[in-house]
Design a protein around this ligand. Sequence first.
Ligand code: 6R9
Length: 654
Amino acid sequence: MSETLANLLQETRRFPPPADLAAAANVTADAYDSAAEDRLAFWARQAGRLDWSTEWDQILDWSNPPFAKWFVGGKLNVAYNCLDRHVAAGHGDRVAIHWEGEPGDTRTITYADLLAMTSQAANALTDLGVTAGDRVAIYLPMIPEAAVAMLACARIGATHSVVFGGFSADALTNRIQDASAKVVITADGGFRRGKPSALKPTVDEAVAKCPTIERVLVVRRTGQDVAWSDRDVWWHEAVETASTEHTAEAFDAEHPLFILYTSGTTAKPKGILHTTGGYLTQAAYTHHAVFDLKPESDVYWCTADIGWVTGHSYIVYGPLANGATQLMYEGTPDTPHKGRFWELVQKHKVTILYTAPTLIRTMMKWGDDIPRGHDLSSLRLLGSVGEPINPEAWIWYRENIGRGECPVVDTWWQTETGAIMISPLPGVTSTKPGSAMRPLPGISADVVDDQAQSVPDGGGGFLVLREPWPSMLRTIWGDDQRFVDTYWSRFEGLYFAGDGAKKDDDGDLWLLGRVDDVMLVSGHNISTTEVESALVSHPSVAEAAVVGATDPTTGQAIVAFTIPRGSVDTEGSAGEALIAELREHVSKTLGPIAKPRQILLVPELPKTRSGKIMRRLLRDVAENRSLGDVTTLQDSSVMDLISSGMRSGKSDED
Ligand code: 6R9
């Protein structure tokens, strides 16, 4: 059998934790040992970080795999754990959210404020007829009411389904229908790229096809005109006039907390179901462990949208369960200027920043002088999530944002896993740029070959999870069989995540992207990630996306779409010379087998709205096919730019 996945990229740089961080770290190396000794007892101790109104009888019921029950018999209220208990402990005056609107308006919300707002929303939702077990769709911009709406649902036991505010009426319709939601919470609009962007018309269009919707609750954010009907209710009339007193009722540990739809490329979106006790346990523990959060002194900022799982677990539930003070920002990173993020870090003295590789590479493209113009000295820890982070982007992040001092934690997880699974511990791990390193304490990840055998160190294959974990998805909403087929059928008894990975010689893990994207070149399985990383390691390249295109001689050939850094000249022969140089560079870095057949210099790449590169569309371009579905693209005009570059032959084919 040929290798499952070639291991081409070698990386020898190491970054031990800063001594002061290690000395005061929330979690130390013994966590690995204590979790290995008794995994379930370890998770029970982490569940003890929360307030339970009824203790569980059993930590894990795995008698009917893959349907797990964690903390069986336990009862708790998620909103109580995120709010009331902090206020009761005397932290009501602590800022929960420093909110920054895109146009420059701001709000400062303490834990006492957030509890009052959530209680009002809980009372208002109850008055609108929402009861425990009902589904509520949330379609909001990045405003505090988004967090309040989620917490209010959790408080009354309603299951929320947040739909990203950039999705179309069709996407919203499908998600409302699949979950049979009773209420939608939305806004007139939100601010994006310097102007109001309407949401209510999209909801009106969707709701017309959704007979289950009884009420639409509308936050006034932009003040733009909205069409109004009998089922519509203003937030400021229904919520802001409601009582600020609300007693939270405890729900079963397995009570459904939320559904979050993964976009999936073509198939019907999957409603990933998360429940209460195990989810909150792992969201809170990982936020404490991976970000080393000190609630009294840190200012934490996760730049994700609340509509993605990262926003659920690391803006709302994990940080608030831990009593964090955080920054929340409504808009885009380049509005009104490309230094907006760094201005906000400086203003709020942000200490912990959690963002995505796509953003880091965009910042690389914009140039080093932009962050240099701001005081980033408050930062002490940097995180990354969403895609493999190329070693050079990792180094850029550490050097240019982290002053060459802050640890970078590359965190691997999925909507399905609910919380971080693989990541360095910032006070323990000597990190390697580009590696997510090890499974967290209590998590058992492995890399296997196509026979489900664990690969030796130095080998590559399929990333799997061997044991159930507290924040695992419980099913796909309404479709248990699809849950079994999608995640538990490829390898007997193992959860297969869809990602390729390799173990290096020390056994540390390197994520290599989705296995569907792996290229087969002259009999070698080559990951797109490694070729992209080799390209990004060239000083002229900010970002690259690589695909395999059908090739008569090699089966598949490597085609690379490359974004040059801001200062690089790509006109005419300078562009041709750069392309030739990049092909050589990849060949030297990874070996001749990985030399791209063709490199295109492009201004942008097609990305999903959470920033993941859509290689499927690039494959269509590379193979001269007409484009498939582009509705989940962040910006559909980029495909025209890329296709026209392809036709004009700005490429190199020897
Ligand atoms: C949290 C989130 C999940 C997929 C996952 C993988 C990719 C996420 C990563 C990473 C390499 C990382 N992914 N984090 N790949 N290194 N640190 O992104 O959830 O939107 O469901 O995406 O994202 O391919 O399978 P989700």
